[in-house]
Ligand binder design. Structure first.
Ligand code: 26W
Length: 788
């Protein structure tokens, strides 16, 4: 059967449509189902082999999986691109239209969620038996639009359409309790939950490169435990009839859109326990199906906590071992610790979760008891250890640290800072528990998939081995003096820039000059990521261009993308200012096409796949010591963009790999930042020392970009004068000067091209395959079944 007939059959029998009446949606679902059929073979074989070999399994627990669209990834991993493109063309349909009809699965906020998705691709490609566990949110990260330049949030609706890739698993259904009380009798405890909801599994197969291995992403959705309340309904009390249903479904209704501030909301805690408890029950059922001694669990199960969000896994596993398997507490705790490991993704104090003992006690009474037991055991052994229970709060970072056998940071600098700051005391007590695992990205999506012109060029030059062994890219360094290759390399970049210009033209009506430098900053909006400093530099450049209109300026397109958490008003102000400034600068005849600002709304994974291949300059300008790693920085460099950045997160390691001469470094180091903060009035001093910055702040403060509301940004400018916590003022001049250095280099295309090529060639180490191999070896003790 050909692909073409397979698609037509699916159209007919699964969608009840014939080719004449099929919509793009129908064609897309039909194609997806055909591809899913292909994947199921690998998936079943992998599951069978796993049960046969009974190896150690990895369980990756994450509140977020920022997957994006799956159709192109599946086609690539199944090596079916040509087959599918031919079939779609023969069916008279447009491939690009069909694959872009799929909504993004936006089940995450940013870096943490996307990392989890890259890790799932690497685990499958490496053939390491693994499950990803998370929540099947009905609504993912909100949809962003702009009204008069201001962010507006609308509910995201990916599930209003059929989600072609998943299989509902009614047989994998678990009762999840909340509240109630704990009964203690003759030394044993029995939790009597006051409320119960059902967790039902929905499985998405995750097939790796070449379709050699398949793992499972199991997402839980919440349903009422008891049937529809017919009685209330018959009494005409329709609300009561639907109440328990609505309440239950609330738990998996929506993703919390905050990515740096913990909400402290009860529903968030219930979400965290809901998916963690369902996952623990599910992996124990699987283990006990093959093993009868629970004490061997750590030899067959490795559980990774993606930040503190699933940290309740520690008390939950201890609860089951003690209350259901009768193990003594002082055996259950160390046994649990041997199964668990914890990854820290942020140093921001406001992002470190702490739940009030009151709320924990009300929502999870038995778990609070067990947390007290864990605290007691740890304090007994290490009397001067920091406490989990502190000032009426349960500190989830300390709980995760104490219940994990390994804790890791996500870049070399971040891991050192974790040892020196947030967990300094615990590090002293457990000196070998904290290790580093620098983040990575999957080259399948972030080069092979999103940049076909560069993919072909590389494969023609060095073969296709790089897709699963990215360090092979180093061979491209030999092409540095190959003029034909360099031309082709830059032609690929220009082709991507033209494609992006067309897309921006169509979607935003702004014409971009593809020969201008495409300078891109795409990430969540946050003060520490300093989108504001980028904008201030843009206004300063605008001023200098207007002061010297005849000078030989390097034309620049400033591209911003990113969402602000709905409650983060400073970030929303920054978005508004960017849009207000864009309006003025983009309409300025003096600077004309030499300086443009574009801010496409609703930045997501699919937009990143459009923007990154077209970027010349990657903005990684966070205050040193604040960005744990960054992963966008890796994606840009891999796709031949040069980085302007601080010595923060993984920028440090990227610069080490690409060479200091191929990286535009500026700004204070993390050490200098801490030192500068001790200087009183450091921001005012910095502003007074920079006439260029003073001028820009003056323009913004006087309403130059909001003539109808001149005082609109008084707060923002005032903050820079008096509370510039992220040292925008102190790094501004160094940043501005480094941007001018980039201008100069861009004006010598051969130099720029050579530096860009070395960036691409030097990014092999930043593959998430390398990262996962590190976790498997240093933390999980898990092996690939493929290369056993
Ligand atoms: C409780 C609210 C909340 C939700 C998410 C707090 C913190 C988070 C995440 C940890 C934030 C996050 O995404 N951190 C990013 O993780 C990436 C993957 O490791 C890093 O590359 C980024 O530097 C880090 O900001």
């Amino acid at each position: 059967m050909t692909m073409k007939t397979d698609i037509l059959n699916r159209l007919k029998y699964s969608l009840g449509k014939d080719a004449e009446n099929a919509s793009t949606y129908d064609w897309r679902i039909a194609l997806s189902l055909v591809l899913r059929d292909q994947m199921v073979e690998t998936w079943f074989r992998s599951t069978r082999e796993t049960y046969a070999a009974s190896p150690k399994r990895v369980y990756y627990l994450s509140m977020e999986f920022l997957i994006g669209r799956l159709i192109e990834d599946m086609i690539a991993n199944l090596r079916m691109e040509d087959t599918v493109k031919t079939a779609i063309a023969e069916l008279g349909q447009d491939y690009d239209t069909i694959v872009h009809d799929e909504p993004d699965a936006a089940l995450g906020n940013g870096g943490l969620g996307r990392l989890a998705a890259c890790f799932m691709d690497s685990l499958a490609t490496l053939g390491i038996p693994a499950f990803g566990y998370g929540i099947r949110y009905e609504h993912g990260l909100f949809e962003q639009s702009f009204a008069q330049g201001q962010q507006v949030e609308k509910p995201e609706t990916w599930l209003t359409q059929r989600h072609a890739w998943e299989f509902e698993r009614p047989e994998a259904r678990y009762r999840i309790g909340f509240g109630g009380h704990v009964e203690h009798r003759d030394g044993s405890a029995r939790w009597h939950p006051g409320e119960v909801v059902m967790a039902t599994a929905h499985d998405t197969p995750v097939v790796g490169w070449n379709g050699d291995w398949g793992n499972t992403l199991r997402l839980w959705s919440a349903e009422p435990s008891k049937d529809f309340d017919l009685e209330s309904f018959n009494r005409g009390d329709y609300l009561a009839a639907g109440r328990s249903e609505a309440l239950a479904r609330t738990i998996s209704r929506v993703l919390y859109p905050d990515d740096t501030t913990e909400s402290g909301k009860e529903l968030r805690l219930k979400q965290e326990y809901f998916f963690t408890a369902a996952s623990i029950m599910d992996l124990l059922r699987r283990y006990l199906a093959d093993h009868d001694d629970i004490r061997d669990l750590p030899d067959y199960v490795a559980i990774q906590l993606n930040d503190t969000h699933p940290a309740i896994a520690g008390p939950e596993l201890v609860r089951i071992l003690v209350d259901e398997h009768g193990l003594p507490m002082d055996e259950a705790i160390p046994l649990t610790r041997r199964c668990l490991a914890y990854t820290n993704h942020t140093l921001l104090p406001e992002a470190l979760e702490r739940w009030s003992e009151h709320l924990m006690g009300r929502t999870l009474p038995r778990h609070l008891e067990i947390i007290r037991a864990i605290e007691h055991a740890h304090q007994t052994e290490f009397p001067d250890s920091p406490r989990i229970l502190d000032h009426g709060d349960v500190r989830m970072g300390e709980l995760a640290f104490i219940m994990a056998h390994k804790v890791n940071g996500v870049s070399a600098l971040h891991t050192e800072l974790v040892k020196q700051t947030v967990f300094a005391d615990l590090h002293r007590i457990h000196p070998d528990r904290i290790i580093n695992q620098t983040n990575g990205i999957t080259p399948r999506r972030w080069l092979y998939g999103c940049n076909p012109s560069l993919r072909h060029l590389i494969t023609d030059a060095i073969g296709e081995g790089w897709v699963t062994d990215l360090e092979q890219l180093t061979a491209l360094k030999d092409k540095r003096d190959d003029a034909a290759f360099i031309d082709a390399f830059m032609a690929s970049k220009r082709e991507n820039k033209v494609n992006l210009s067309n897309w921006i033209g169509q979607t935003m009506g702004v014409a971009l000059d593809p020969d201008a430098m495409f300078d891109v900053q795409i990430k969540r909006i946050h003060e520490y990521k300093r989108q504001l400093m980028n904008l201030l530099e843009t206004v300063a450049l605008w001023n200098e261009m207007r002061d010297n209109p005849n000078a030989d300026w390097t034309p620049r397109i400033k591209i911003f993308g990113g969402k602000a958490a709905p409650g983060y008003f400073v970030a929303k102000d920054i978005i508004r200012l960017i849009n207000d400034v864009a309006q003025v600068i983009n309409a300025d005849p003096v600077t004309g096409d030499r300086l443009k600002i574009v801010y496409p709304p609703n930045y997501n994974v699919t937009m990143a796949e459009r923007l990154i291949p077209a970027a010349d300059l990657s903005e990684q300008i966070s205050t040193a010591g604040k960005e744990a790693s960054g992963t966008g920085n890796m994606k840009f460099a891999l796709n031949g963009a040069l980085t302007i950045g601080t010595l923060d997160g993984a920028n440090v390691e990227i610069r080490d790999h690409v060479g200091t001469e191929n990286f535009f470094l500026f700004g204070l180091t993390a050490q200098e930042v801490m030192e500068r903060r001790t200087h009183h009035g450091y921001s005012r001093a910095a502003i007074e020392a920079s006439p260029r910055l003073q001028r820009v702040l003056g323009q913004i403060a006087e309403g130059r970009f909001a003539p109808q509301d001149p005082s609109r940004y008084h707060g923002l400018v005032g903050m820079l004068y008096d509370h510039d916590y992220f040292l925008v003022t102190c790094d501004f001049d160094s940043y501005f000067d480094t941007q001018r250095r980039a201008d100069m280099v861009y004006q010598t295309p051969e130099n720029w091209a050579a530096m860009a090529l070395v960036n691409t060639a030097s990014m092999g180490w930043f593959s998430s395959d390398r990262t996962i191999k590190g976790y498997a070896h240093d933390i999980w003790g898990a092996k690939s079944v493929l290369s056993a």
